[in-house]
Design a binder for this molecule. Structure first.
Ligand code: LMR
Length: 388
């Protein structure tokens, strides 16, 4: 049976975790996989999360099954954080294993409704996006979203892609903190996208994995909220992995906005059926932590404060890099954990081999992996490999 299988290369981004770990140099810098680190270089368990875990340990009486939709209270508590005003019974959600689970579930829902549907996808994007949509049998239609050499968004290319699409087509959008470029749509661009999506009858599918790590919880959701304010149908893949620091617990949700409350119930039943054949039921522990935090005003305020500090620290690192090298000034115009440097593969390899600087092969850097004090060393390494 399996002799027909071809060997698969390891995921290039995730492989950086092992490569960095095995590097004995004390001066090594990890700008690879997207995890936040604090000013001591640690990916912390947030104080509100730790307290919620303690509460769960003391009060939980069972770990019996919940069901394929996960914990509906967890989903309901996230709704106002994501959407601001709850649009009512047309909006539904189910819990998923991380944002990736939400993306895959949404992709399969689209494929069930319209096999082979076209998905407009801006490039560059998170390397797992295309494989997820392809694996679900959808058809990718790429367009340029960001010009890395010029460090500019290509809104016109996005608008042209939308103008060429119509009912039955999907557009994948990053809600905030664009991965891998940090290039976010501003208010005017969101309004333009929203108008085109509505006029052309395109289904928007928003990936919102970094809410709060850009400009703030409300600011980072402003685009999604503007888009969904007057929309027939749409999907949001949400992740709590980053903004609650729950990476390995895999905490996410897929939200769907349907044309009518009755259609929302049909959508929900399809999400549940698809979840059942994929993972049967999502893991509960991380979602229970988020629920426990959001059910408590004290823990919610603790979480919000810590998230605010995390976002502030990321912006400080961006500013420090820009101050250390004026050619990096564009970093202060971008948002969230990632930016992509216009740098060639040979220099990326030299940075790793000669200076212990780990970044993705695309030139993506995880700004949140650096300390403010690392800026001079990083800039010196860039200069040493002749980056210009
Ligand atoms: C990243 O982009 O680094 C993260 O989303 C981790 C991942 O799964 O790729």
């Amino acid at each position: 049976m399996f002799e027909s299988l071809a060997d698969q290369p390891p995921d290039a981004l995730l492989a950086l975790i092992g490569l960095h770990r095995a590097d004995p140099r004390p001066t090594k810098l990890d700008l690879g996989v997207g995890v936040y680190r604090d000013e001591t270089g640690v990916t912390p368990i947030m104080a509100a999360v730790r307290e919620a875990e303690r509460i769960l340990l003391d009060t939980r009486t069972t770990k019996s099954y919940l069901g394929p939709e996960g914990d509906p209270v967890f989903v309901d508590l996230l709704k106002p954080i994501v959407f601001g005003v709850d649009p009512g019974p047309r909006l539904l959600g189910v819990q998923t294993p991380g944002g990736t689970g939400a993306l895959r579930l949404g992709a399969e829902l689209i494929a069930a409704a319209r096999p082979g549907a076209r998905v407009l996808i801006g490039t560059p994007t998170w390397p797992n996006h295309a494989p997820i949509f392809t694996a679900a049998g959808l058809t990718l239609v790429p367009h340029r979203f960001f010009d890395v050499a010029g460090q500019r968004l290509d809104i016109d290319a996005l608008a042209a892609a939308l103008e060429s699409a119509g009912p039955g087509d999907v557009v994948l959008l990053h809600g905030c903190c664009h991965n891998p470029t940090g290039g976010d749509l501003d208010r005017a661009a969101w309004a333009r996208v929203a108008a085109l999506v509505r006029a052309r009858g395109i289904l928007p599918f928003v990936d919102l994995a970094y809410q709060g790590l850009g400009e703030g919880l409300d600011e980072d959701a402003a685009g999604v909220r503007a888009l969904f304010a007057d929309l027939g149908e749409g999907l949001v893949a949400y992740s709590c992995d980053k903004n609650f620091g729950l990476y390995r617990d895999r905490v996410g949700a897929l939200f769907g906005l349907a044309a009518t409350p009755a259609a929302a119930e049909v959508m929900r039943s399809n999400m549940i059926a698809l979840a059942r054949v994929n993972w049967s039921m999502p893991p509960d522990h991380g979602a229970a932590i988020v629920r426990t935090v959001l059910e408590s005003a004290t823990l919610t305020s603790l979480w919000r404060d810590e998230l605010l500090r995390m976002g502030t620290r990321v912006r400080a690192v961006r500013a420090a890099l820009a101050a250390a090298d004026p050619r990096l000034a564009f970093l202060t115009t971008q948002h969230g954990m990632f930016s992509t440097l216009p740098i060639d593969p040979a220099r990326i390899a030299a940075l790793r081999a000669d200076h212990g600087v780990y970044m993705a092969g695309s030139g993506r850097i995880n700004v949140a992996g650096l300390q403010v004090g690392d800026a001079p060393a990083f800039v010196a390494a860039l200069a040493a490999v002749g980056w210009s």
